[in-house]
Design a protein around this ligand. Structure first.
Ligand SMILES: O=C(O)c1ccc[n+]([C@@H]2O[C@H](COP(=O)([O-])O)[C@@H](O)[C@H]2O)c1
Ligand SMILES: Cc1cc2nc[nH]c2cc1C
Length: 346
């Protein structure tokens, strides 16, 4: 994989940032997770006056060969149908992004469909869906590199437009299977602790899904400590493209808003080689997909919201965005004990 230059976020201003937070007219730590977010934004931007600029929501979409094994509650066609829904402003992510003034771009990372050009659509297709992992790796080395490079290009474009905060959402029937397999390999956890019900499979379908994922593991012995090999074998085009995009966003010191289980699996793919990626990321919500809690524990990152969501698309990130704005606003606008003439001592 292309090498990324991901340094720890600046720490020079850390004391000044913490002093600024602690001198606001409030008891120490009383703004909880908002204080953590304000500190993170200020460190990423290396400033005592952080700003959220031109926020974007990226929805990476792709199809998955493994979906033909009946691992989802829905058929593969739903991927392209939902892409049209995103383009027509009809999905949950459209509603929440519009409400919170985030611009949407839908990325065709590898959907099994030919789309007509559209202002909201970034056509970066790597293929018409991955291969069925029961019969070998999901993608080859060229496809993997292409997906990473296209993720980089997408972020370069947003950065040139002055964007400094990006939500990472996705759509792809079958992609909880990919994410669970990635998690199992990269976190060295048994697949049973990683697999969940995705779009809502029944008990019987869930047992079947677990059998299929075990068969995919037997068919593909991977080097678990080699994230490129793991991502190529079990990844989806949208997951690998998101991984490249997140790594580039960190390189450019942009804020990364991670959504649910699949978005977090893309983060994980980058994090194992570039641990400082975490300095740039906010885990916006705890998904109801059962493996997500353990995945976030492994990463060591508590989530901000817990709304029992399991939709994907970036919905958790879009819903959390106004809270992030509140974090930046309290940091920039709240009076200090001194400026407001409020006593800070007994
Ligand atoms: O974001 C999540 O945590 C999440 C949890 C479960 C399902 N999803 C969405 O559901 C789809 C994948 O589910 P499945 O059952 O087809 O593997 C995909 O389009 C995801 O966006 C998303
Ligand atoms: C309808 C539908 C919408 C989605 N959005 C993200 N994943 C999805 C899966 C389905 C099935």
């Amino acid at each position: 994989m292309k090498k990324f230059q991901i340094k720890a976020a600046h720490r020079e201003l850390l004391d000044a940032i913490d002093n600024k937070i602690d001198n606001k007219t409030k008891p120490i730590r009383s703004l909880g997770k908002l204080e953590d977010m304000a500190r993170k934004v200020a460190m990423v931007q290396n400033t005592l006056q952080p700003e959220l600029k031109n926020p974007h929501m990226l929805i990476f979409a792709a199809d998955h060969g493994i979906a033909e094994e009946g691992v989802s509650a829905y058929p593969s066609e739903v991927t392209q149908q939902m892409v049209h829904n995103f383009l027509n402003d009809g999905a949950a992510i459209n509603v929440f992004s519009r409400q919170n003034d985030m611009k949407i771009k839908v990325v065709n990372a590898g959907v099994n469909h030919d789309f007509t050009p559209n202002d909201k659509l970034l056509d970066y297709s790597v293929g018409k869906g991955t291969k069925n992992m029961l019969y070998g790796a999901a993608m080859n080395t060229l496809e993997f590199s292409e997906a990473i490079d296209k993720g980089v290009r997408i972020i370069n474009e947003l950065h040139e437009e002055g964007c400094n905060v990006v939500g990472f959402g996705e759509m792809g029937i079958g992609n909880t299977s990919s994410a669970a397999l990635l998690m199992s390999a990269l976190c060295h956890l048994p697949i049973e602790q990683c697999v969940g019900r995705g779009t809502g499979v029944t008990d019987g379908q869930f047992k079947h899904k677990l059998r299929i994922l075990k068969a995919a593991q037997s068919a593909n012995p991977v080097e678990k400590d080699n994230p490129v090999s793991v991502l190529k074998t079990f990844g989806g085009f949208e997951i690998v493209m998101m991984c490249g995009a997140m790594l580039r966003a960190a390189e450019l010191k942009m804020l990364i808003l991670v959504d649910g289980f699949i978005s977090s699996s893309a983060f994980l793919g980058g994090f194992v080689s570039y641990p400082y990626l975490k300095d740039y990321a906010i885990f916006t919500h705890q998904s109801n997909e059962s493996g997500h809690r353990k995945m976030l524990e492994y990463i060591g990152a508590p989530a901000i919201l817990d709304l029992n969501l399991r939709l994907g698309e970036g919905t958790g990130a879009a819903l959390m965005y106004p809270i992030l704005e509140s974090a930046v606003n309290f940091f920039n606008e709240m009076a200090s004990f001194e400026s407001a003439g409020v006593s800070d001592k007994m």
